[in-house]
Design a binder for this molecule. Sequence first.
Ligand SMILES: *Cc1c(COP(=O)(O)O)cnc(C)c1O
Length: 226
Amino acid sequence: MIIRHNLDQVQERIYDAAHRASRLPEEIKMVAVTKNVSSEIIKEAIDWGVSRLGENRVQEFLQKYPELPTGTEWHLIGHLQTNKVKKVIGKVALIHSLDRWSLAEEISRAAMKNDIVARVLVQVNVAGEETKHGLSLAEAEDFIASTVRLPGLDVRGLMTIAPWTKNPEEVRPVFRQLKELARRIESSRIGATMEYLSMGMSGDFEVAIEEGANLVRIGTAIFGEK
Ligand SMILES: *Cc1c(COP(=O)(O)O)cnc(C)c1O
């Protein structure tokens, strides 16, 4: 029951944030982040209407994948090693963490081999934190311009992880800069569709929504601290 309660609360907070920004709440999709959460508990969340799950580790994803209903939409949100690409291609709806050229090439190769188009987001390390993966704001545009030429790979938008903070207002500029980058890319001649802005986690998703997020990745606020 706690899961249901938490889901209701998160949904309400998403609605309120959308309204504050004069946006339609339906525009905002929630990915329930299930790292360290058992398949048993995840099933409960699915029963209460969750349809998108996010995992950050390939190993854990592969373990849960066969245990959960086939209609589940999986998102890979964590750092992806090149040698693990083969294992996830065709199984995940969206990879949020494309952060280097060798990975783009490997995803392209694996997608072509499987006769699919892999949908990906480019991860941007907006704040330039050393502990985080992702391209810098300065690199992202040229990188995306190159990736559009790779077959089997479809860049659908951008993702960022904001620095940890107690006061989410402090990271508002991070979200704003990612949105600005998406606008720049859309209005350039690159030809990449910036459909998704994946930004906002349990501690900062309301601010992210106010700044234009349409994919929020929420773990703790649904499943509790682990
Ligand atoms: C764990 C994780 C989240 C969710 O974080 P919470 O603070 O628990 O909501 C979101 N994005 C990524 C990339 C994560 O690894």
